[in-house]
Design a protein around this ligand. Sequence first.
Ligand code: AMP
Length: 295
Amino acid sequence: MEVFRSIKDIKEHLSQLKKEKHSIGFVPTMGALHEGHLSLVSNAKQENSKVVVSIFVNPTQFNREEDLLKYPNREEEDLKMLNEVGCNIVFIPTKEGIYPSGVNTYTTFSFGSLEQIMEGKYRKGHFHGVALIVSKLFHIIQPDTAYFGQKDLQQYLIIKSLVNDLSFPLTLRCCSTVREESGLALSSRNLRLTNQERKVASNIYKQLTLAKNNILEKPETFKKPKSINTLKKSIINSLKQLETPVIVEYIEFFNLEKMELCQTISKPISVAICIAAIVNEVRLIDNLFIGDKII
Ligand code: AMP
């Protein structure tokens, strides 16, 4: 496994690999890796002859300075894990390399209605930062296929529109969310939770699963906005009443076909139930597909 920190060096290396007709799979990350990230690497390995993983804690996608400062740095462990799963190339650029003119760019990204909701609504400027870094990384790496996790569903949808709108010549894959046995979605932020908080946090997934089953069992009921609202309220209340309260920031149903929030559910169901919730200052997100997923 080779590690590159210089943009010039990795570009030279990759251009040689491309001359040798290697296919390049790319997994962008912010480090503090876990099995969720590694599953993206495994997917990339199955479909490509070389896999590149980037590790870069991107300052432009953090709307709270505090979150950026608290973001874990575990480079040594990350490299060990990547080596073990057979990653070929790791790219760890510097902030100066990625943002030579500073983080305030003239170019700004906006994604219309897609970023007025959920993560976009609660994390102003987040998707601008995501699109900026992903565009830069796509230009540097020029992958054949790039791999993202369903856990960050809205991010995936934003990147999908970025790739379509700007004609990036690559294929995107959305890989399933990897969970702890309890159901809690793996996240680098889980490192900030105590064991007890992690246990409590697994109720997020439990509530999403209950809601999903409820809808699939009696889909007719959810043709009315009232039923969706009652369901949302019951999830919010159940999570608030736990021994450590889980405070819901948003819970939304997103129609994957129409690409918008929905207040009712009708057949054919192609909806994701999406949640952001805070457990003792740690903000967690998760989502589940209901019905036939179409992404
Ligand atoms: P991050 O390092 O948090 O920016 O995540 C890098 C990539 O890993 C993103 O595409 C995430 O969606 C994906 N990812 C994070 N957690 C998980 C998980 N539990 N299962 C699958 N993919 C994940």
